[in-house]
Design a protein. Structure first.
Ligand SMILES: Nc1ncnc2c1ncn2[C@@H]1O[C@H](COP(=O)(O)OP(=O)(O)OP(=O)(O)O)[C@@H](O)[C@H]1O
Ligand SMILES: [Mg+2]
Lengths: 405, 346
């Protein structure tokens, strides 16, 4: 079942009825989720992930836009009739029912032709339970389960009625790091086995990247980029996406391009004195006498800096530069000179912490080969850069500036 | 404090002396407190005023009731006159042998068994509805709460006016009715025949019906208050989950709302039974001191009403009757607790 979102918008009206105070939780979201895929909905807190999910489930009504399941327009369908499975952020297991009763509950709600016999229901419930490996816990109450087990019960409850679409709202956020890793593998496996179209909400980029067929990155209700995780990582469409994906995060620098060469830094701010002449407002009939004031302003110019890369075809001007940690190559002759701070050996790789005056972060973190000839204790470390790991962004709009790799 | 030595005005010196005595006293007092291990006792010390009052006005009367109940033919006046009483259970056997006792017990039980389930169920429905509507719910909550803050005798009189027929010779040939009461007016408006609810010649079941309506109405606000509070603390997400699971409305009510509210429901039922066994003033409110329609006084007498009749003359028997009532309430509450422990979910 493919799911189509068409110009989906959700506006929460302001409490005080003042315009401008309303919240645009989701803004013009258009996307076609292919059948049987797992989509990771990714973004910082408050960017509208849950709202999107609730609109797909029917619990919240879109302000405008349409939702299709397959070819059916379900925009005005109530959640009861949509046939979705939803795993809530805190599971929302019915606390007074046992695991078995929780899983059976959606089946017992079926009426008419869909109604199963008692035996069939039990069989389906156990099937779902086996899928998430909780068939040995069927007689416990939710309060007697660990967080991970509760989460699996919630998934079983969502799966048991064979939903057309499975929605998961940050299902792993309550789990510890190890369990999170394990359960996300499990979700991936279950999704592969059942082939149910799934939307998975998370604010953990690593989680989204590792299990999704496609990820959608959102910011303040606006979709920033949609694509296969690796492509989005390798080819971010703006600075926000570049910063949001990847651990350790991308290193950001200020710099500029001049005659096809990328310079790190070189930003100069000078104070300029100028004169401003104003004609004051006067009453009719009077003569306006122009007033001249002397003012100062900051003028930013780009001059010099450290040339690090040739970027033919890019227009001159200020840019923001993002370099992935793995984009650095230790090279005694390299063009980029950093102040070495710290070297952390992590087995196969070496993580180098250094600083650079053009860096917008306090430190630069690079991941380099363990065989790299790093002079421990040296004051400087020199790098050359891998072209495809360097991304340029417009300093103002933060949109990506492409250059030939 | 170093400043003291440099700027010593006479007042400052005097203050200092005063301060010093105060500090000395304080220190002595502290030492005393430590000596008597005040820390260990202070909880009790703070509670003492309350406990003493409780002991005087609740503890002692209870003990005295126990004592009086087991002294044959007890009477305060005679006791003051120095007469000794024998220990025995005569008061209890006498109470049970009273002609009215069984009727009182039956009336009380009947009212309890009828009103508690009805009022609980209605309160549940009303609070679910109140919880569901957004606007107006505050206003309606206030309206539903009114009976709670209104004097029950006053309400009784209003109810009497609703059911009372004013006139003479009901059912007789020269029947003269000034008003048949609001309820009968409504019944007649819809083409029914009027019913003699509470007047002379009314039937027992008509009386009971009026009492049930009245007691249920009177009991609703407290129950609604408790249940609404419970409902408002139920996580909304269970209802979202139920919606996703395509749960029919009635099933949401029986399978989710009621179980999640079960502790509150149990509380409301238990206190309802306890209150029901003490039913008295409601009957006085409608039927007056006679506790029954004209011509059949004490027809609707209850356990508490039964007790009140003895207090002046037969203190020993009144005490015994009070203990019997206590025992009944105790047993019923235990049964309630036992059942609710099996049925509630937390
Ligand atoms: N019922 C509501 N009324 C008004 N504003 C709301 C409502 N629900 C959500 N919002 C607002 O909409 C925006 C998006 O909320 P949403 O819950 O979708 O965020 P989210 O991406 O799921 O965040 P998180 O990761 O913290 O769960 C937020 O700014 C939030 O304050
Ligand atoms: Mg959320």
């Amino acid at each position: 079942m493919k799911v189509v979102l068409q110009n989906l918008t959700k506006i929460f009206p302001s409490r005080s009825k003042k315009p401008g105070e309303e919240v645009v939780a989701v803004n013009d979201f258009t996307f076609e989720i292919p059948d049987g895929q797992l989509i990771g909905l990714l973004g910082p807190s408050g960017c509208g992930k849950s709202t999107t999910l609730y609109m797909i489930s029917g619990l919240q009504e879109p302000t405008s836009g349409k939702i299709f399941f397959g070819d059916d327009d379900v925009t005005d369908l109530s959640p009861e009739n949509r046939g979705v499975g939803l795993v809530f952020q805190n599971y929302a297991l019915y606390p007074h029912m046992t695991v078995k009763q929780n899983i059976l509950f959606p089946l017992q709600n079926l009426r008419g032709a869909d109604r199963l016999t008692k035996e069939e229901m039990l069989e389906r419930a156990y099937e779902a339970a086996r899928l998430v490996q909780i068939d040995n816990l069927m007689d416990r109450k939710p309060s007697e389960l660990s967080g991970g087990q509760q989460q699996r019960v919630a998934i079983a409850r969502a799966l048991v009625k064979m939903p057309r679409v499975l929605l998961l709202d940050e299902p792993l956020s309550n789990l510890d790091a190890r369990l999170r890793l394990q359960t996300r593998e499990e979700i991936r496996r279950i999704q592969k086995e059942t082939k149910i179209t799934t939307v998975f909400v998370t604010h953990d980029q690593e989680e989204a990247m590792s299990i999704s067929d496609m990820i959608v990155v959102m910011k303040l209700g606006v979709v920033q980029q949609i694509g296969v995780p690796q492509n989005v990582y390798d080819d971010p469409s703006n600075l926000f996406v570049a910063k949001f994906l990847g651990t350790p995060p991308i290193n950001v620098f200020e710099g500029h391009v001049k005659e096809g060469t990328l310079y790190l830094g070189g930003k100069m701010e000078t104070e300029e004195v100028y004169e401003e002449t104003k004609i004051p407002e006067v009453a009719e009939g009077e003569e306006a006498i122009p007033v001249t004031e002397t003012k100062t302003r900051i003028v930013t110019t780009y001059e010099g800096g450290q040339p690090v890369l040739s970027v033919p075809g890019v227009a001159d001007g200020p840019v923001t530069i993002g370099i992935r940690p793995e984009g650095f190559v230790v090279d005694p002759e390299g063009p980029m000179v950093c102040n070495l701070q710290n070297v952390e050996v992590m087995g196969r790789d070496v993580s180098v912490v250094s600083t650079h005056e053009a860096s917008l972060n306090p430190t630069i973190r690079s991941i380099v080969d363990a065989d790299s000839a790093i002079q421990l204790g040296a004051e400087h470390i020199r790098y050359s850069l891998k072209r495809h790991k360097v991304h340029l962004f417009d300093a103002e709009t933060e949109e990506r500036i492409y250059f030939e790799v | 404090m170093a400043d003291y030595s440099t700027t010593q005005t006479p007042e400052a010196i005097e203050k200092k002396g005063f301060r010093r005595t105060l500090d000395d006293w304080y220190e002595k007092f502290n030492k005393f407190l430590i000596k008597i291990k005040f820390d260990k006792w202070k909880g009790w010390v703070y509670l003492a005023p309350c406990i003493i009052l409780l002991l005087i006005f609740t503890g002692w009367p209870i003990l005295n009731t126990l004592r009086m109940a087991f002294l044959e033919g007890y009477d305060t006046m005679l006791e003051l006159g120095g007469e000794p009483f024998q220990f025995g259970i005569g008061n209890f056997t006498k109470v049970i042998q009273y002609r009215g006792f069984k009727d009182c017990l039956v009336n009380t039980m009947l009212l309890c068994v009828l009103t508690v389930p009805i009022s609980t169920f209605l309160a549940l429905l009303i609070s679910v509805c109140l919880n569901a509507i957004g606007p107006l719910s505050r206003t309606l909550q206030t309206i539903y709460f009114l009976p709670y803050v209104t004097n029950s005798i006053a309400i009784g009189m209003v109810f009497a006016a609703m059911f009372n027929m004013v006139g003479t010779a009901f059912g007789g040939e020269n029947e003269l009715i000034v008003t048949a009461g609001i309820i009968n007016n409504v019944i007649e408006f819809f083409g029914g025949t009027k019913i003699n609810w509470i007047n002379e010649g009314s039937s027992y079941w008509a009386n009971i019906f009026v009492m049930v309506v009245y007691i249920v109405w009177n009991a609703l606000p407290f129950k609604i208050l408790i249940l609404l509070g419970g409902l408002q603390s139920v996580n909304k997400q269970y209802y979202d989950a139920a919606k996703i699971d395509a749960t029919p409305k009635w099933r949401v009510f029986t399978r989710i709302t009621v179980p999640l509210l079960s502790p509150m429901i149990a509380y409301v039922v238990i206190t309802g039974f306890i209150g029901g066994f003490k039913e008295y003033s409601s009957i006085v409110g409608i039927f007056g001191d006679d506790m029954g329609p004209t011509g059949d006084p004490r027809r609707l007498n209850t356990m508490v009403g039964f007790n009140y009749r003895f207090i002046a003359e037969e203190q020993g028997r009144a005490s015994a009757a009070a203990l019997i009532l206590f025992a009944i309430i105790f047993v019923v509450t235990m049964i309630n607790l036992y059942v609710s422990k099996k049925k509630t979910h937390f």
